[in-house]
Design a protein around this ligand. Structure first.
Ligand code: SF4
Ligand code: SF4
Length: 393
């Protein structure tokens, strides 16, 4: 079946692809031996798109045209949005946006997303979170002891994972802000899903809708309070709020910081002093959505170095070359076993350098790496950096 033309950027980049294959050695999907063959590879998918957009002479004469099959759609959704192919690409294809454009094109033409991604859509519309939890309980994580200010310039955006699944991380974030004497507020029950799992799976219509869309709702809530700064500990929320929101809303009326950036600044300004050493020998895992996507590499490391009498261990694959935990891009939601397999390899990497604990800076990475440790049968606690900081202030 023929669908309307590919988005212009995608078609242009499919042509630009050299078929050189440097991207083949970095994609986390290939770490699973069952999903390492060409149709799962970035190079294979780009060739398929190129042939679909502009078949060669033989294909045109013979009528053997490339088609967009359900199998091909499934291959494209085998992606964690880790951004490694963009780093590796020898013609600098902007894959971070391109894969999302391809998925958006699938959705517009009724051939995407995959079944579990569609369920996300239903849940987010009904309950404003992808976990099918009641919206009324969204703010239940907020500790009674949190020193919430009235009309503060700074707001904390917890995100769905920390609000419903990793509540300690959100609670620890308030503990850190309180320890530093920061005046802040919390969106709490007025916060909706940032839209990350929908955007990464091509379901952008309900995110961007001018009336009921998540983008406009969340921005309006921040602007209504006159806040100037939004903080989040979630790497997925950070990427969505920083990269997608200004694009969709056409404006940027407040600053956005990831908690690692903000804590780093508090430590540099001596407003926050870490008093206790790290609890164990920790290795730091770079979340893709703050690392490769935004270059936030040194802030978390400076925080780890600020713990007294301790140092952290560097994983062999780090910073730009960090290995994805396997959770992002809607991959874990659709392919949980495969996502945890990828995470298990990262846990093994940490064990092999003698780490006793893996630390990251994203609630979703913490969840998947914890699953990966279990899958690998390795006793490796996984912590959020903000929680280690909270234990040390
Ligand atoms: S973004 Fe990551 S997971 Fe997706 S295709 Fe590129 S390297 Fe593979
Ligand atoms: S590295 Fe870039 S140009 Fe080379 S095969 Fe991969 S996508 Fe194509």
């Amino acid at each position: 079946m023929r669908f309307p033309d590919l988005p212009e950027d995608v078609e242009r980049d499919a042509h630009a692809c050299l078929q050189c294959g440097y991207c083949n050695f970095v994609c986390p999907i290939q770490l699973d031996p069952d999903h390492g063959f060409e149709s799962y590879r970035v190079r294979g998918k780009m060739y398929h798109l190129k042939q679909y957009a502009h078949p060669g002479l033989f294909a045109r004469l013979s009528g053997n045209r490339a088609r967009i099959s359900p199998e091909f759609v499934e291959r494209v959704y085998n992606c964690t949005a880790c951004g490694y192919c963009q780093v590796a690409c020898h013609v600098e294809i902007k894959f971070n946006d391109r894969w999302e454009q391809v998925k958006e094109w699938f959705v517009k033409n009724g051939i995407g997303p995959l079944d579990r991604h569609s369920a996300l859509r239903t849940r987010v519309i009904a309950k404003h979170n992808p976990y099918d939890e009641p919206h009324e309980t969204r703010a239940d994580w907020i500790p009674k002891t949190a020193k919430i200010s009235k009309n503060p310039e700074i707001l904390y955006f917890a995100g769905c994972t920390a609000s419903y699944r990793q509540q300690k991380i959100a609670q620890d974030a308030t503990k850190v802000l309180d320890a530093a004497g920061v005046e802040y507020g919390i969106l709490g029950g007025d916060e909706w899903c940032c839209g990350s799992p929908l955007i990464r799976t091509g379901q952008t219509d309900i995110v961007t809708d001018e009336k009921d869309g998540l983008v406009h709702h969340n921005i309006n809530e921040v602007e209504k309070r006159g806040a100037k700064t939004l903080l989040t500990a979630c790497a997925g929320c950070f990427m969505t709020l920083s990269h997608n929101y200004p694009k969709y809303a056409g404006r940027q009326s407040f600053e956005i910081f990831h908690m690692t950036q903000f804590i780093d600044r508090l430590i540099l300004e001596k407003r926050l002093v870490l008093k206790k050493p790290l609890p164990k020998k920790v290795a730091y895992h770079d979340p893709c959505h703050i690392g490769r996507h935004f270059g936030i590499y040194e802030e978390p490391r400076r925080i780890l170095n600020a713990f007294p009498d301790s140092h952290y261990l560097e994983l062999p694959r780090n910073r730009e070359n960090s290995q994805c935990c396997g959770a992002g891009g809607g991959y874990k939601i659709q392919f949980n076993d495969r996502a945890e397999y990828i995470a298990s390899l990262r846990v093994q990497e940490a064990r092999d350098i003698g780490a006793e604990m893996l630390v990251s800076a994203c609630p979703f990475c913490v969840t998947n790496l914890t699953g990966g440790a279990k899958k690998a049968g390795i006793d490796m606690p996984v912590a959020e950096l903000v929680s280690l900081v909270a234990e040390s202030v």
